[in-house]
Design a binder for this molecule. Structure first.
Ligand code: ADP
Ligand code: ADP
Ligand code: ZN
Length: 216
C-alpha cells in the first residue's frame, strides 16, 4: 500500500505515520527526517537544504523527487510506505505519479489531515523527539508516561528541531497554503482523497485514518 499523509506543519503527519508503521508494517518515509539526516551528515544535499529549511522554504523539487525515488527502490519499502511530507508541490506530485508508473506501483490513498492554522504554532513549538528512537512527543498534548523517559525505548535524551520556532512556522504555513494545498484538488480529481479531522484528539485521528483504510 502507498499512502500519502497531507497536512500543514504540525497537523500530525509524523505522529500518525509512526502509528501506521507500527500497526500495519508500512515504512514511514519522512522527507523532513531524511533532509535533517543529510544536513547532520554534511552531504551535498544537506548543504543545499540547510539554509532553505532554516528559512521555512521548500527544498528544490529535483532534490526531493530524487531522494524519494531512490528510497522507494530499497527492499524494506516493498510492503508499502507512508509518504510523510512528500509531495509538497504540484511538480512533486506529477513526478511521483511518473515514478510510480515506471516502478509499476500505484497510489492507494491520500489522507488530508485538516487543521485550523491557529493551533499549529503551539503544536510545533511544543514538539520534541526521543533522540534514541525518534518517537514524537509534545509538551502539553503528548507527554511520556514518566517525565523525561521515552515510553518506547526508555531513552532520556530528547531533541527539538531548530526550525520549530514561531517565525519559521509562519513561513512554513505560507509555503503550505501557496504550494502544497493545491494538491488537494489534484488528488480529489483522481478520486483518492480522504479527509480526517486533524483537530481531534490524537487517538481519535488514528481511529478515523484506520476507518478510511478499511475501505481500501
Ligand atoms: P507534522 O508531522 O504534521 O508536522 P507532528 O505529528 O510532528 O506533525 O505533530 C506536531 C506536534 O503536535 C507533536 O508534538 C505531536 O505530539 C502533536 N500532535 C500531533 N497530533 C496531535 C493532535 N491531534 N492533537 C494535539 N497534538 C497533536
Ligand atoms: P513539517 O511537516 O513539520 O512542516 P517536515 O519535517 O516535513 O516539517 O519538513 C521540514 C522542512 O524540510 C520543510 O520546511 C522544508 O524546508 C523541507 N522539506 C521536507 N519535505 C519537503 C518536500 N517534499 N519538498 C520540499 N521541501 C521539503
Ligand atoms: Zn525513544
Amino acid at each position: 500500500m502507498i499512502l500519502i499523509l497531507l497536512g500543514a506543519p504540525g497537523a500530525g503527519k509524523g505522529t500518525q505515520a509512526q502509528r501506521l508503521q507500527d500497526s500495519r508494517g508500512l515504512v514511514q518515509l519522512s522527507t523532513g527526517d531524511m533532509l535533517r539526516a543529510a544536513v547532520a551528515a554534511g552531504t551535498d544535499v544537506g548543504k543545499k537544504a540547510k539554509e532553505v529549511m532554516e528559512r521555512g522554504e521548500l527544498v528544490s523539487d529535483d532534490i526531493m523527487t530524487g531522494i524519494i525515488s531512490d528510497r522507494l527502490d530499497q527492499p524494506d519499502c516493498a510492503n508499502g510506505v507512508i509518504l510523510d511530507g512528500f509531495p509538497r508541490t504540484e511538480a512533486q506530485a506529477e513526478a511521483l505519479d511518473n515514478m510510480l508508473n515506471d516502478k509499476k506501483l500505484s497510489l492507494n490513498a491520500v489522507i488530508e489531515m485538516k487543521t485550523d492554522d491557529a493551533v499549529l504554532v503551539e503544536r510545533v513549538t511544543g514538539r520534541y523527539t526521543c533522540a534514541n528512537c525518534g518517537a514524537g512527543y509534545h509538551d502539553s498534548f503528548l507527554k511520556p508516561a514518566k517525565e523525561g523517559v521515552c515510553d518506547k525505548c526508555g531513552g532520556q535524551e530528547f531533541t527539538r528541531r531548530s526550525d520549530d520556532n514561531a517565525e519559521t512556522v509562519t513561513s512554513r504555513l505560507k509555503a503550505y497554503h501557496a504550494q502544497t494545498a493545491p494538491l488537494l484538488p489534484y488528488y480529489k480529481g483522481k478520486g483518492i482523497l480522504k479527509q480526517v479531522d486533524g483537530m481531534a484528539e490524537i487517538n481519535e485521528v488514528t481511529r478515523q485514518i484506520e476507518a478510511e483504510l478499511q475501505n481500501i
